[in-house]
Design a protein around this ligand. Sequence first.
Ligand SMILES: [Ca+2]
Ligand SMILES: [Ca+2]
Length: 524
Amino acid sequence: MNNTLKLRTRSAALGKKTVVHSICSSSSAFHRWLFVLVAILSTFPGHACTAERPNVLLLMSDDLNNSLGCYDHPLVKTPNLDKLAERGVRFERAYCQFPLCGPSRNSILTGLHPNSTGILANSQIFRQTIPSHHSLPQAFRLEGYFASRIGKLYHYNVPKSIGTNGHDDPGSWEMELNPAGCDRLEEEPHIFSLTPGQFGGTLSWYASPRSDQYHTDGLLAADAEWVLERCARQTDRPFFLAVGFYRPHTPYVSPKPYFDRYPEKEMPVVQGVKEDQADLPSPALGSYKKEQDKLTDELRRQCVQAYYASTTFMDAQVGRVLDALDRLGLAENTIVVFTSDHGYHLGEHGLWQKMSIFEESARVPLIIAAPNIGVKGGVAGDPVGLIDLYPTLTELCGVKAPENLQGQSLVPMLKDPSATGRGWAVTQVSRSGNKRQGGRFFGYSLRTPRWRYTEWAEGEQGRELYDHDADPHELTNLATDPAHAETIAQLSRQLREAIHQTFPPSGETPELQPTMWAPNLTNP
Ligand SMILES: [Ca+2]
Ligand SMILES: [Ca+2]
């Protein structure tokens, strides 16, 4: 017998795309042995990938809501994100799983809901709960990708941790860069704050006299250019580059010319707050902070101006990174994702910042430009979650994903934005509660194409129902309207099923082990 065995192997080290070996032998046992050997070798990092695989550029903003040009905002200028949206698919109804940095970012980067990561607060990381789970960038690393982080991907205390690793996961990256600009190092004494001396959790802003390149986000863009230049020369190895911008997170510090583009007098102030709040259960307003009583209409306008200025400043830095991708010839083989960790209130329902599950806080911008796959300029309308990013990126790049991921792949919606996926997105948030509730309880909100339905403590602390067809600003709570009893019953069933899916198969949220830091990440 003279069998011919053809084996496909790929050598990243040699930069060869595909090598076909013909091996002749008279021994079938030898064939099997050789096949097993090559199969083993091909699973090693560095041997499994080639330049054929697309690169990934993950751009994250912090505390950014959907006040963007490409989401039809009448005032905010975001020319670079608008251009990216023309190159890819923009998701009209994308939602975070938890409107707070740490829980949301751990969820995005593990592909698991917060009830399955066990990370339900800031300053924690999933290695303290589910240490052996492979993070999204780690899955790419394990298949030979160069994975690098610049700035904030996991939780950081902003601005205090700028310039450090924050609550990072070293196992996720091969290289980390942590620049700190004038906003962190020089300008804090000049920043206006509702609570003097506090910047990260409180409303605070400053129109800086220093130009873009001195600010942290400007330095992030410069570092991204530097990394991309080197990636462009390393043609045999694809990259997963994550750039985490800090703005428009408080303090809203950006160069003064960006402030000048938003005249203070023209900034909107939300009206009718008292009337709007009348039909709300109290946990719906649980993110309200006492210091916000100090806000006058003049301060509200300044605050909105500074947030919009920081958004446009961040957009300009995104533009620098995307220009580098074009200039270096990488755009055609690089999937670009732009999103934020959660949305943000600017006075709607009397709320500011995050930790609410109204539309403004739960909703995020999401743009995915996948060359040669996605529809250019497409708009996808079915509700999706940031939980869906992990399975989407691994499918697009042919990277093996963990089997316990809880999101759906958005690839069908990239190919056809009118396609429907899961049909809903769920967002949860915590509120402090009494002893019987273990010191806290949760609100869960289900978003379907038409409805937002919310239950606080399984309905014991209140319910909300909003009809987005008639009420896009969620002003009229229909939860006690008998005319909607059937819709409420149906959405309540759907919400409970959705909540069930946020837990691991055991049904138990993994417990935090605070002493498990830092874990052994070289051999997890
Ligand atoms: Ca955030
Ligand atoms: Ca209302």
